[in-house]
Design a binder for this molecule. Structure first.
Ligand SMILES: [Zn+2]
Length: 522
C-alpha cells in the first residue's frame, strides 16, 4: 500500500518537472521528446553500501565525501543543460555495527540528502524483520524497486516494479530486479510469503510495457555481474538478463561487488557496477537524440581511496546529519549483550596451539544460525579472549573484528573426509590451526580417522552441511577453496553478529558447555 502511495507521489513530482512545451508536442507519434534536440543524461550509481555511512578509520569513503563529489557533478551537468539520475544497486544494509544497530537509518537519511532517485532491493535488505524494511521505506524519499519479488497471497509485487522520470519530454523508466538467491542468503522469516520470480521472465514481460511509456529503459538490479554469464553456483546475473531480454539500455547492478572499470556490453545493453561500500561513484554520461541513445563517457570515480593524491572534502551538511548517528552508534557498540562464567580462551598463544572453548563457541554459534551439522573455525581468526563477567558487543567485535561472513557448504561423507585430511592436519603455531564443533576425530600426523559428526560415525554416502567463515571458505590459510563447489552458500551474516546473537540467546554462558573434546591428536 505504502509503496503504491510513494510511487504516485514520485510520479507526481516528476510530472511537475515536465516542460509544458514538450508536453503538447508529438502526442500522436507516442513520443514527447523534441526532434533533433540532444538530451544529456548522466546516470550516477553506487551499490552494496553495507552500512558505510561514515568514513572508515583511515578516512576512506563515506557519504560526506560522496556528497561533495555528487554535488560537483550535478553542477557540472546542470551547467551543460543535462540532467542527473542517481541510482543504487541495493544492499544498503548489514556490515557496520554503528549502522546495523540503528537499522541503517543514517544510511537512508544520507541517501535522501544525496538525492538518490531509486534503489534496487538487495538480498541484505531482508536481514532485518520485514517491519524494519518497511520503516526504511518510510525513511527513504525514493522508491525501493523490485519487479520480481511477489507476495504469494496477492500475486502482486511487494515493491514498486518500476518508476518513471521525465526530463523536458525525455522519458526514462527504471525497473528493479532482485537475485533469486535471496531466500537462501537471508533469514527465512523475513522472506516468508514471498516468491522471488525469475528476473528474466519478469523483465521479458515488463520491458515491452515500459517501451510504450519510456524512451530509455534502465534496470537497477541486485543480481551480480558474472563475466560472460558464467554465474556458476549463483543465480543468473546481469549478463544473462541482458542477453535474454531485449530492450534494456542500461543495467545498474550490484551484489557481486565488482569494480567494473569499463561497462560490459551485452546484446545492446550496458552493464555497470561500482564495486562496494561507496568506494566509487559510477558516472555514465549519455546523449539522446531522435530516439538514439549514446554512451559518451563512463568512469568509476574513487571516493578518497587509500593513496588519494587530492582528498575530497567532506560535505558539512552531510556531516551535521550523520555525526549524531555516528556518536550514538559508537555508544551502542558498548551495549551489554550477555555474560560468561569463566574466561573464553582466545589468545594467540592458545588458539593457534590447541582447540579452545572460544573456537567451540564460535562453531556452535555458526551451526545454530545456519543449521549446519558441524563447523570449522581457523584459530587465526579468533583475535581476543573474553574475560569472565559481562560481555559487550565491543568484546564480541574484538574477537571477530574482520567482518567475515558465515558460509555453508554441503559435502558427502567422503568429501568431508578429504576436506578434514587437509584442514584438520594443519600444523600448530599457525593461523590455519583448526577448531571443530560438532565433529570428533583422531588426528595422527597427516591421517584423520574415527570421524564422528553429531556424535555418530560418519556415513560416506550421506550429505553433511558444514559452516565456516568466508575467509577460510575462499581458500584463506591454504584451506581448500569451497566457493566454487555446488552447495556452497554465503549467508551474508557477519560473524560478529552471529556470535552476538548466540551470546544474547544463551547467556549466562557456561564455559563448561564449550569444553573442547572429541578431537584427539596423536
Ligand atoms: Zn547482495
Amino acid at each position: 500500500m505504502q509503496m503504491m502511495h510513494r510511487g504516485l507521489k514520485l510520479f507526481a513530482a516528476t510530472a511537475i518537472a515536465l516542460s509544458v512545451s514538450a508536453c503538447s508536442m508529438l502526442q500522436d507519434s507516442g513520443v514527447s521528446y523534441e526532434q533533433d534536440k540532444t538530451y544529456k543524461l548522466t546516470v550516477l550509481h553506487t551499490n552494496d553500501h553495507h552500512g558505510r555511512f561514515w568514513q572508515d578509520r583511515k578516512g576512506r569513503w563515506g557519504m560526506a565525501a560522496r556528497m561533495t563529489l555528487v554535488n560537483q557533478i550535478r553542477e557540472e551537468v546542470a551547467a551543460e543543460g543535462g540532467n542527473v539520475l542517481l541510482l543504487s544497486g541495493g544492499d544498503i544494509n548489514t556490515g557496520v555495527p554503528e549502522s546495523d544497530l540503528q537499522d541503517a537509518e543514517p544510511d537512508f537519511l544520507g541517501m535522501n540528502m544525496l538525492g538518490y532517485d531509486a534503489m534496487a532491493v538487495g538480498n541484505h535488505e531482508f536481514d532485518n524483520p520485514r517491519a524494519i524494511l518497511e520503516q526504511q521505506e518510510e525513511w527513504a524519499n525514493f522508491p525501493f524497486l523490485s519487479a520480481n519479488i511477489i507476495d504469494e497471497k496477492t500475486g502482486e509485487p511487494v515493491f514498486n516494479p518500476y518508476t518513471t522520470f521525465e526530463f523536458d519530454g525525455l522519458r526514462v523508466a527504471v525497473m528493479g530486479l532482485t537475485t533469486t538467491d535471496t531466500p537462501k542468503q537471508t533469514s527465512p522469516e523475513s522472506v516468508e510469503g514471498l516468491e522471488f520470480k525469475s528476473p528474466v521472465d519478469v523483465a521479458s514481460k515488463l520491458v515491452p510495457e515500459l517501451e510504450e511509456k519510456a524512451d530509455i529503459i534502465i534496470a537497477s538490479t541486485h543480481m551480480g555481474h558474472y563475466t560472460d554469464g558464467n554465474f556458476g553456483v549463483n543465480a543468473p546475473g546481469d549478463v544473462t538478463l541482458a542477453r535474454k531480454v531485449d530492450g534494456i539500455d542500461l543495467i545498474v547492478g550490484g551484489h557481486s561487488q565488482d569494480p567494473l572499470f569499463e561497462p560490459d556490453q551485452q546484446n545492446g545493453t550496458y552493464i555497470v557496477q561500482a564495486h562496494e561500500w561507496g568506494k566509487y561513484v559510477g558516472r555514465a554520461d549519455f546523449e539522446f537524440k531522435n530516439g538514439e541513445l549514446k554512451l559518451v563517457d563512463y568512469k568509476l570515480i574513487p571516493v578518497n581511496p587509500k593513496n588519494a593524491e587530492v582528498k575530497i572534502a567532506q560535505d558539512e551538511k552531510m556531516l551535521a546529519l550523520l555525526k549524531p548517528f555516528q556518536d550514538k552508534g559508537s555508544k551502542l557498540v558498548e551495549v551489554n549483550v550477555g555474560s560468561i562464567d569463566e574466561r573464553l580462551m582466545g589468545e594467540r598463544k592458545e588458539v593457534r596451539y590447541f582447540p579452545t572453548n572460544a573456537g567451540i563457541l564460535l562453531g556452535k554459534a555458526f551451526m545454530e544460525k545456519t543449521g549446519a551439522d558441524f563447523a570449522t573455525m581457523n584459530g587465526g581468526g579468533i583475535r581476543a579472549s573474553i574475560d569472565a563477567g559481562d560481555i559487550s558487543y565491543k568484546d564480541v567485535l574484538t574477537v571477530l573484528p574482520f567482518g567475515n561472513t558465515v558460509t555453508t557448504v554441503e559435502m558427502n561423507g567422503q568429501e568431508v573426509m578429504d576436506y578434514l585430511a587437509v584442514v584438520a592436519t594443519k600444523p600448530v603455531k599457525s593461523g590455519a590451526f583448526a577448531h571443530f564443533a560438532g565433529a570428533e576425530m583422531v588426528i595422527d600426523g597427516d591421517k584423520v580417522s574415527d570421524v564422528k559428526i553429531g556424535g555418530e560415525a560418519i556415513d560416506l554416502g550421506k550429505t553433511y552441511k558444514m559452516a565456516i567463515l568466508s575467509f577460510s571458505a575462499g581458500g584463506g590459510d591454504n584451506y581448500p577453496n569451497l566457493k566454487t563447489k555446488p552447495g556452497f552458500v554465503d549467508t551474508g551474516f557477519v560473524d560478529a553478529d552471529v556470535l552476538r546473537e548466540y551470546v544474547e540467546n544463551h547467556s549466562p554462558l557456561k564455559v563448561a558447555e564449550f569444553e573442547p573434546k572429541g578431537v584427539i591428536r596423536k
